[in-house]
Design a protein around this ligand. Structure first.
Ligand SMILES: Cc1ncc(COP(=O)(O)O)c(C=O)c1O
Length: 400
């Protein structure tokens, strides 16, 4: 197999996309569908304008593209009113809009130990201020049990805030059942769909998911700096970010109509227009077909290293309930050292460490160093997985 002369530090000029094996799609998907690149170029060169701000033809076209993006996402995610797709920077932004706009002093929130810091940190911050109380339920083998959620609910519980797909184990949570449990206890549900939007079954209205944060740059195949929040009718967080909307400018207060209510300031219009192309690509191929492709390649990697006692696989292993993510550790290496060797000597991109989800590693027993995470994407090939495993074995064999 091809091998770099390394180890050496990559300079920008040394980045050769044609040679690279990119297995870090859970951090951000790469490459994107061609239509995404084309739309970014088209927007930046030919549209250019600030949507909804000026009334000239280019501004109107910019607004139209954003409206199209809302419709594409609403249709993909099962939301009937596109105005209830709120655009922000990413999933983190969507989660903050939801948590800070929905929660009130005295509320109790149920969450889990699987969560990404984009749920854990805002909740802990609100808890430390004494505004809310939080119960963190323990996951089992990467799954949140609906029964555990039920027993954590109390009279003050207004929100259950959980992830749909673990970014460490790749496990897909029984989110419909968790929503039913939350509703039966009088609470709403906030779902972190950063890892699942575009690649797992997500029918927001049919599943009764009150608030769903999504990110544009992972399985929706859009650019970074896109994402946001989808809301069911009747769920009305207060605005967390207030400012210019291009409408009702004489009003000193932020508008109350959707989507402007929860959006403020100039959006990443080029990114949003390109995100729509990513969503259309996914819709054509179907999220379930993409998931099956990604999971089959993750399963191949598992199969190829199974039985090699230098590798320990952590979590996962049920293809019907997971994403294309494999977390492992390697005898004789810290995750950081192993990932650096893959990068520097073979130009293979994976992610080492805690993946911003420290609680998941405490549950898994891989705290504090974390794991090496391989995550496949819609364009990953079997040959790439076989090459990556060969490289992994060569590096593992060189352990002192
Ligand atoms: C489960 C999960 N939640 C939230 C996020 C945050 O996504 P973003 O960085 O796009 O805001 C990530 C990103 O890695 C994630 O994996």
């Amino acid at each position: 197999m091809r091998r770099r002369p390394g180890p050496f530090t990559l300079a920008m000029s040394a980045l050769e996309p044609a040679l690279m094996i990119y297995l870090d799609n859970a951090a951000t998907s790469f490459p994107k569908p061609e239509a995404v690149y084309r739309m970014l170029d088209h927007y930046l060169r030919e549209v250019g304008a600030n949507p909804g701000r000026s009334g000239h033809r280019r501004a109107v076209e910019a607004e139209r593209l954003i409206g199209e993006a809302r419709r594409a996402l609403a249709s993909l995610l099962g939301v009937s009113d596109p105005d209830r797709i709120i655009f922000g920077h990413n999933a983190t932004d969507g989660l903050n809009i939801a948590l800070k706009g929905f929660l009130r002093p005295g509320d109790h929130v149920v969450t889990s130990d699987l969560e990404h810091n984009s749920i854990t940190r805002p909740l802990t911050g609100l808890e430390k201020k004494g505004w809310i109380t939080v119960s963190r339920i323990a996951s089992r083998a990467g799954f949140i049990e609906p029964a555990e959620v039920r027993s954590a609910l109390g009279p003050q519980t207004r929100l259950v805030a959980v992830t749909h797909g673990s970014n460490v184990f790749g496990t897909i949570q029984p989110i419909g059942e968790i929503a039913e449990v939350a509703h039966a206890g009088g609470a709403r549900i906030l779902v972190d769909a950063a890892q699942t939007a575009g690649v797992a079954p997500l029918d927001i209205e049919a599943m009764g998911l009150d608030m769903v944060a999504f990110t544009g740059h992972k399985s929706l195949l859009g650019p970074m700096g896109t994402g946001g929040l989808a809301l069911l009718p009747g769920v009305d967080p207060e605005p967390w970010r207030e400012g210019g909307t291009g409408t009702d400018s004489s009003n000193p207060l932020h508008p109350r109509n959707y989507p402007a209510k929860l959006e403020g300031g100039t959006p990443n219009a080029a990114g949003i227009a390109a995100l729509a192309e990513g969503a259309r690509y996914v819709a054509r191929r179907t999220p379930e077909a993409v998931r099956r492709h990604e999971v089959s390649l993750a399963a191949l990697l598992r199969e190829l290293v199974a039985g090699d006692e230098r590798f320990t696989l952590h979590g996962g292993g049920d293809p019907s309930r997971e994403l294309g993510i494999v977390s492992f550790t390697v005898r004789g290496y810290s995750p950081n050292e192993f990932a650096a060797a893959l990068d520097e000597a073979y130009d293979i991109a994976v992610r080492p460490g805690l993946h911003c989800a420290p609680g998941a590693h405490r549950s898994l027993g891989t705290w504090p160093d974390g794991t090496v995470r391989v995550s496949t994407g819609p364009f990953t090939t079997e040959e790439e997985i076989r090459d990556a495993v060969r490289a992994m074995r060569e590096i593992a064999a060189a352990a002192a």
